[in-house]
Design a binder for this molecule. Structure first.
Ligand code: AMP
Ligand code: MG
Length: 485
């Protein structure tokens, strides 16, 4: 039966030196049940969505059987967690294999919550239903927003309870990624591998993600440059929609430039650069406004790991690496400026734009304005009754902005169209995600399905989305997210 599902595996990671992984099968679970399958993602991977829902495939999605051609393994990696270096590795995830899609792309299929592995330190190797559904919802929202991300193919429950503060139903998420190569994978190779192994890993990353630089004489420098470029673009996209990752450890930063590891992440409601949702981020290391410098810090750890490949002379290598890391800030800023100009309906560039933009952000912070809804209102030309919009300061700003908007060749209609394409009318707000997860824990998946439908088209400005646009009630602020392992 699985023949007609469309599984088509090739396992290039398993051909790397054994330092990089341990062959590991998922641990079977008692009685799996399907909660959700991502039909459109399945189709794009060459998988038949209806087949994917049959018993045989349920067994695969639960880790009870292995599809033909797959070669399950747990990946080794290290990483700086909140600034401290640790040996990590997949402690509760198993890479089933790499699916080759109809368009010839190679993607990792990983079961998250599939049981203990040789890299589990503490922990039971399992995951609870709410955090897995949370990852499903937010990663799919990010994809719909046009932000590079790992995706979610399915969630199943295991029929087993797992021990957290209370007993919770266990679940497994099937995660799809361009690859699971992380900054931490390179840190692992640099710390414990031979130079040849580091080079093999770098060649592998280049072949998989940056094939155009493969023949380049200075390809390792180019690898570093390319990762910096993709991360500068990614982080600017996070900032533009108000996404807070929450746990930007180096093991949670990918080489391919996709967002990965949806733990305590959340979207910002009220604009404030100091916003932190994660209960474990007590010092605000990963606050909204810190994300760009933290990305640069993480990339410096990648650069350090690559030093032996950058130059034979260590001092020279350090110089080369430093020079690249210094580019991040400018790259990030030009991406962000381009994005925020579009959010304000500006096609051309003027030197004073940055001042105009920063003035708006300052006012948003001062008047505690909702980030998404402020841009949404500006797009709709409908200034709702908020203290920001009532203020004289805002009226002054609005006049300047209107003048600026008319100082371009494009029409106001074109400008509004640009704003509609770049300012989401809906984001997965924490209180709505929470409500969906609570219902799901009680066995009612309809709330989540409705939410998923609404966030699947975030630039629609449809009337059905209206109900999802209100900021959270004061009573649940400050909202806290938990890592939910
Ligand atoms: P994460 O926060 O999911 O990126 O996990 C960080 C590290 O902790 C990784 O090495 C995970 O594999 C490990 N880990 C997290 N939760 C568990 C768990 N329930 N059992 C075993 N290892 C875990
Ligand atoms: Mg992680």
């Amino acid at each position: 039966m699985t023949k007609t599902t469309g599984w088509k595996f090739d396992n290039s990671y398993a051909r790397l030196p054994e330092t990089f992984y341990r062959l590991t099968n998922p641990t079977s679970v008692a009685s799996p049940k399907l909660i959700i399958v991502n039909d459109s993602l399945a189709t794009s991977l060459g998988l038949e969505p209806e087949e994917l829902k049959n018993e045989e495939n349920l067994s695969i999605l639960a880790g009870n059987s292995i599809p033909e051609g797959a070669s399950p393994l747990a990946q080794a990696y290290a990483g700086h967690q909140f600034g401290y270096f640790n040996m990590l590795g997949d402690g509760r995830a198993v890479l089933i294999g790499e699916q080759i899609t109809p368009s010839g792309e190679r993607v990792d299929l990983q079961l998250k919550g599939a049981g203990r592995t040789p890299y589990s330190r503490g922990g039971d190797g399992r995951a609870a239903i709410a955090p897995m559904l949370r990852e499903y919802i937010i990663s799919e929202a990010m994809h719909a927003l046009g932000i590079p991300t790992t995706r979610s193919l399915a969630v199943v429950t295991t029929g087993e309870k797992i021990q957290r503060e209370v007993l919770l139903p266990g679940a497994i998420l099937t995660r799809v990624a361009s690859s699971h190569l992380r900054v931490g994978t390179f840190q692992y190779a640099a710390q414990w591998g031979e130079k040849e192994e580091l080079q093999t890993l770098a060649d592998y990353a280049i072949e998989r993600h940056y094939p155009t630089i493969e023949k380049d004489d200075s390809r390792y420098l180019h690898l570093l440059k390319e990762v910096i470029k993709r991360q500068a673009s990614l982080i600017s996209k996070w900032q533009l929609v108000g996404f807070i990752h929450g746990v930007m450890n180096t093991d949670n930063m990918t080489i391919c430039g996709e967002t990965i590891d949806y733990g305590p992440c959340a979207f910002m409601d009220t604009y404030n650069p100091a916003t932190v949702f994660s209960s474990i981020d007590r010092d605000g290391r990963y606050a909204y406004g810190n994300q760009p410098p933290i990305a640069a810090w993480n990339l410096a750890r990648l650069a350090e790991s690559l030093l032996p490949l950058l130059h034979e002379d260590q001092d020279e290598a350090v110089k080369i690496a430093q020079n690249e890391i210094e580019q991040f800030q400018a790259l990030y800023k030009s991406n962000w400026l381009a994005g925020i100009r579009a959010k304000l309906g500006l096609f051309n560039e003027e030197v004073e734009d940055e001042t105009l933009i920063l003035q708006l952000l300052e006012l948003m912070q001062k008047y505690k304005a909702d980030y998404t809804n402020t841009f949404r209102s500006l797009t709709e030309g409908n200034q709702r009754d908020t203290s920001l919009f009532r203020s004289d300061e805002f009226s002054g700003w609005h006049e300047q902005w209107s003048e600026r908007r008319s100082r371009q060749e494009k029409t106001i209609e074109d400008s509004t169209e640009l704003m509609r394409k770049t300012n989401p009318s809906i984001i997965p707000r924490n209180h709505r995600v929470e409500e969906a997860l609570e219902a799901a824990e009680d066995g009612d998946f309809s709330v989540m399905e409705n939410l998923l439908k609404a966030i699947s088209n975030p630039y629609a400005y449809s009337s059905e989305q209206g109900q999802y646009c209100s900021p959270p009630p004061e009573s649940i602020i400050p909202y806290r997210t938990y890592c939910g392992t």
